[in-house]
Write a protein that binds this ligand. Structure first.
Ligand SMILES: *Cc1c(COP(=O)(O)O)cnc(C)c1O
Length: 425
């Protein structure tokens, strides 16, 4: 498998783009390789500039749940292009997608479209603060909510009570209202509420964490968050940028039957185009301008091309009641194969069409156990799969995404490569 052209493009890219990429994980830094430059993608396959065709389990980090370039989505986009690229004025498609989102996720009675998951989360938090008239928020170590200043935080040494910026360029003052709790650890949340009973505007959580690898909420954890936020007058924000329309048509909130106050969406909701959305109860969302005093705007928000792609994707998902069963069935074939081939060398977390293979022997239930993984083993595994035409995330701490376009043959091929890898080492 040659990667000569990818290497050439990467060298050129590094001259004028930081690290040669427009989003850091794409640089293959943690697996010490040259990223593949992609020329095209169709269905379950992705093709690089050297002509290598690979079975894609990155799926653009989630959006491509129908596979790449689904004919109906492409047709909707083409049609929308004919009608003009952007107007900066309202369109009927925005109404249709807001209605559909409210139908599929009833907690999102009122929603606003933005251009990325980062923007959705940033705006949801501003809304929560405006509504509760409080400043502090709680987030969980290992959960990712985009790259806005106040969320690039790691826990400080003082027993999770101080937070320090996790990125240069973020003033300490911007993160001082972000409190860090531990995923699946109720006591860490309780302590923060007890210490700040009237100051916490919201708890934001990935209902299934998927940015430290996939980590499932333990039984009762999400219920507990629902209860304690209510008790203290704080809002519960589910960041469903990955889980929304992924775990099921109603997202994690339907899967676990928990109603958050606000929800953030991204990835699938744009059907491969840049869209984020945030929304919730009318009473809360009417805080947002022009109705209320929480300012939030966007020149390209609700862009007609992006909205067409998102709307068509949601319609396809809604029309096919079996899609989520098919996705899970294929995913389980993969995880069973890895488990059988790798035995106790790995720990696997799986839900729906998401899973992670952690190279650790201990159960992975939070950030600490996730980072016990041997990333060198992952690098080796990643490299073997890539060389054999299987494209998975270039990082241990990302999910494998299965799409509706993955065929039985794709799954069989993938299983054979996995079996031969673990058989060889
Ligand atoms: C990807 C992601 C984001 C950020 O979305 P962008 O579109 O990359 O800005 C936020 N939250 C979660 C849970 C994500 O997975």
């Amino acid at each position: 498998m040659s990667d000569i052209k990818s290497k050439e493009w990467f060298e050129r890219a590094k001259c004028h783009i930081p690290g040669g990429v427009n989003s850091p994980v794409r640089a293959f830094g943690s697996v010490g390789r040259t990223p593949r430059f992609i020329a095209s993608a169709k269905g379950s396959k992705i093709k690089d500039v050297d002509g290598n065709e690979m079975i894609d389990y990155v799926c653009s980090w989630g959006p491509a749940i129908l596979g790449h370039a689904h004919p109906r989505v492409i047709a909707a986009v083409q049609q929308a292009c004919e009608e003009g690229l952007t107007y900066g004025a309202p369109t009927s498609k925005e109404v249709l997608i807001a209605e559909l989102i409210a139908k599929l996720m009833p907690s999102m009675e009122v929603s606003r479209l933005v251009n990325s998951g980062t923007e959705a989360v940033m705006s949801a938090i501003r809304t929560a603060r405006g509504y509760t008239k409080r400043d502090k928020i709680i987030k969980f170590k290992g959960c990712y909510h985009g790259h806005s200043d106040g969320l690039l935080v790691k826990a400080g040494s003082a027993a999770l009570t101080t937070s320090i910026p996790d990125s240069a360029g973020v003033p300490k003052d911007y993160t001082k209202h972000t409190l860090i709790a531990l995923y699946n650890d109720k006591i860490s949340v309780e302590k923060l509420f007890q210490a700040n009973p009237k100051e916490i505007a919201a708890v934001i959580v990935e209902p299934v964490a998927a940015n430290m690898g996939v980590v499932l909420p333990e039984q009762g954890f999400l219920e507990f968050l629902r209860e304690i936020t209510k008790q203290y007058g704080a809002l519960l924000i589910f960041d469903e940028v990955i889980t929304g329309f992924r775990l099921g048509i109603g997202g994690a909130q339907a899967y676990y039957n928990i109603t958050p106050d606000l929800t953030t969406l991204g990835k699938i909701v744009g059907g491969g185009m840049p869209i984020g959305a945030y929304g919730g109860k009318r009473e809360i969302m009417q805080m947002v301008s022009p109705l209320g005093s929480v300012y939030q705007a966007g020149t390209l928000s609700g862009n007609p091309i992006a909205t067409a792609a998102g709307l068509e994707t949601l319609r396809i998902l809604k029309e096919d009641p079996m899609i989520y069963e098919r996705l899970e069935e294929k995913t389980k074939i993969l995880t069973k194969t890895v488990q059988k081939a790798a035995g106790n060398r790995v720990w696997i977390n799986q839900i729906g069409s998401l899973f992670s293979v952690f190279f650790t022997k201990q159960p992975v239930k939070d950030y600490e156990s996730a980072i016990s993984s041997d990333t060198n083993c992952y690098t080796d595994y990643f490299g073997y799969l890539l060389e054999h035409g299987i494209y998975i995330a270039p990082s241990q701490f990302e999910a494998v995404f299965v799409s509706d376009a993955h065929t039985k043959e794709d799954i069989d091929t993938t299983c054979k490569v996995i079996e031969s890898y673990f058989g060889d080492i």
